[in-house]
Ligand binder design. Structure first.
Ligand SMILES: NC(=O)c1ccc[n+]([C@@H]2O[C@H](COP(=O)([O-])OP(=O)(O)OC[C@H]3O[C@@H](n4cnc5c(N)ncnc54)[C@H](OP(=O)(O)O)[C@@H]3O)[C@@H](O)[C@H]2O)c1
Length: 300
């Protein structure tokens, strides 16, 4: 039995479907079973629990061989935070996995480090360290920023004005990866004991600036207007003001400032050496622009 914590989420949904289609028995942990209704067709078990509440995890782990953690507390409902979910919630899952004699596949972030300027990255690192010292057979899958999330954000912010919103200057190259590629890797490592004890990093085929991504989103919608920008001083001010009483907004604004200025590029060669058959999903292909970019027949 594979337990997927975060199985109702963007990445988790794909992982659950792939594991279930591969013939594995899958159980999804959620705080609210209604959020798992879209998984009905995948014939999965659904169990109610909260990673912040260790006791609520006991029944979820009955008969579990491997737990996948695809939970996140960076944003979302229920007063979540990186410290309560990405660190402490994962530590609860690690301890439950140890007690149940299960393996663990932890989804983390490329750049997770004790001294990262991003709280989320520090909390993911703390969970990684705890897992490595726990005695639980583990694989860590670190991913770059999810393409689908950022594309949706740009599509949403362009709805009224016809111009997507970019936080900061938007010219810093960032590696974006599709959840399709990450789910394929997570599903493979679940069933691959040879990868226990390893951390694998997966990014997408392209490093794109937010301005470049915004232009692709515009082109796919048949628009040509340049994106709107939230200037960096305004982001800093928002972190100090709104961020004080709305911690999730503060986190997002501070993350935007870091993503606008730090190195977020990635080269995915190593993961392709580990798994040569992984999908390689580009922003253009997600936006249905393969044709637009393909050279015309007969061109040099
Ligand atoms: N988004 C990115 O750009 C990105 C980049 C790299 C890595 N990652 C990592 O990839 C993983 C999946 O991210 P995602 O964007 O697909 O997530 P998502 O769609 O936001 O889903 C979050 C999941 O976390 C679960 N969750 C949150 N709090 C919980 C709690 N207290 N107890 C139990 N479950 C809880 C939610 O379950 P319920 O709501 O059903 O309870 C939901 O299934 C995460 O580990 C994330 O950190 C994300």
């Amino acid at each position: 039995m594979i337990l997927v914590a975060g199985g109702t989420g963007r990445l988790g949904t794909l992982v659950v479907r792939q594991l279930s289609e591969a013939g594995l028995r899958v159980r999804v942990l959620t705080r609210d079973p209604r959020r798992a209704e879209h998984l009905n067709a995948a014939h999965v078990e659904v169990v109610t629990g909260d990673v912040r509440d260790r006791r609520s995890l006991a029944s979820a782990f009955a008969g579990v061989d491997t737990v996948v953690s695809a939970v996140q507390g960076f944003a979302g409902k229920g007063g979540v935070s990186p410290s309560s979910i990405d660190r402490d919630g994962n530590i609860n899952l690690i301890e439950a996995a140890r007690d149940a004699g299960a393996d663990m596949v932890l989804v983390s972030v490329i750049g997770a480090a004790a001294n990262s300027p991003m709280e989320l990255f520090r909390m993911k690192y703390a969970a990684e360290q705890r897992l490595k010292g726990s005695g639980v057979p583990f694989t860590i899958v670190r991913a770059s920023a999810f393409l689908e999330l950022w594309i949706e954000l740009m599509q949403d912010t362009a709805k009224r004005s016809g111009r997507p919103l970019v936080f900061g200057r938007g010219n810093n190259p960032i590696n974006f990866v599709s959840v399709i590629d990450v789910a394929a890797l997570v599903s493979r490592v679940v069933a691959d004991p040879a990868k226990r004890g390893l951390s694998l990093e997966i990014g997408g085929p392209d490093n794109l600036s937010f301005n470049e991504l915004a232009n692709l989103v515009q082109r796919s919608a048949g628009r040509s207007k340049a994106p709107r920008h939230v200037p960096r001083p305004m982001l800093r001010a928002a972190a100090e003001t709104v961020g004080r009483f709305k911690p999730a907004v503060g986190r997002q604004v501070r993350a935007a400032l870091v993503m606008d200025s730090s190195d977020f590029t990635f080269d995915r060669n190593a993961v392709e050496e580990a798994y040569a058959d992984l999908p390689r999903t580009s922003a253009e292909s997600l936006l249905g622009q393969d044709q637009a970019r393909a050279p015309a027949a007969g061109s040099p």
